[in-house]
Design a protein around this ligand. Structure first.
Ligand SMILES: C[S@@+](CC[C@H](N)C(=O)[O-])C[C@H]1O[C@@H](n2cnc3c(N)ncnc32)[C@H](O)[C@@H]1O
Length: 192
């Protein structure tokens, strides 16, 4: 029947648009899902030197592996993840790892996160978002916080430490000075 055919065609179009939306959004806004290897997680954790009680964010948290590692080190870890399938998977992994009291995942764009709340920022994102990330960090990052990037450099910001493919960034002294030591007060120093 033509009406049934029309409904099924429309349904097909809606499903296709949904797939394009869920696959396309991460590409436009940050990165596709490609998890950090186990050795990469160890390396990033080593560079971050996470201490118990610190607050950690994974900027695009995928299956939650960095959140679990940070929570096991005694930190409170928050992941921002745009892909609902990964949000569900990572929440399950966190439960299974027994760290649900210290690790949570928000189904939300990482660009909505307030970086002044965190001591450690993990990121594994496309190079084309790194410039915007630097501007956000220069505005919001706590003076003593560190950002650990897997694989990709941030333009116009020299890493403090490099280990194989991981890089540790800390705020340049001139940006830190503007904040007067107060988290999230770097706005005037965001020369971006
Ligand atoms: C390369 S994966 C890294 C996952 C994880 N951090 C790791 O190291 O294993 C990047 C993740 O960022 C997510 N992502 C991309 N854009 C995002 C955005 N705007 N907000 C939140 N998550 C985003 C993707 O869905 C993907 O899971």
């Amino acid at each position: 029947m033509p009406i049934l055919r029309l409904i099924s065609d429309l349904l097909g179009v809606v499903i296709l648009l949904g797939v394009i939306y869920f696959l396309g959004r991460p590409i436009v806004h940050g990165a596709i899902y490609y998890p950090t290897s186990s050795r990469g997680v160890e390396r990033m954790m080593r560079l971050a030197a996470v201490r118990p009680g610190e607050r950690v964010i994974d900027f695009g948290s995928g299956d939650g592996r960095l959140l679990i590692a940070a929570a096991r080190a005694g930190a409170t870890a928050v992941g921002y993840e745009i892909n609902p399938v990964l949000v569900r998977r990572s929440r399950r992994a966190i439960e299974a790892a027994g760290v649900a009291d210290r690790a949570t995942v928000r189904w939300e764009s990482m660009w909505r996160a307030d970086l002044s709340q965190y001591d450690v920022i993990f990121v594994y994102a496309f190079p084309y978002v790194m410039s915007d990330l630097r501007k956000k960090c220069f505005r919001e990052m706590r003076p003593e916080a560190r950002l650990i990037s897997n694989a990709f450099r941030i333009p116009d910001w020299e890493p403090a430490v490099e280990e194989e493919k991981a890089l540790r960034y800390q705020l340049p002294a001139e940006v830190r000075a503007v904040s007067g030591g107060k988290p999230g007060r770097n706005a005037a120093g965001a020369t971006g």
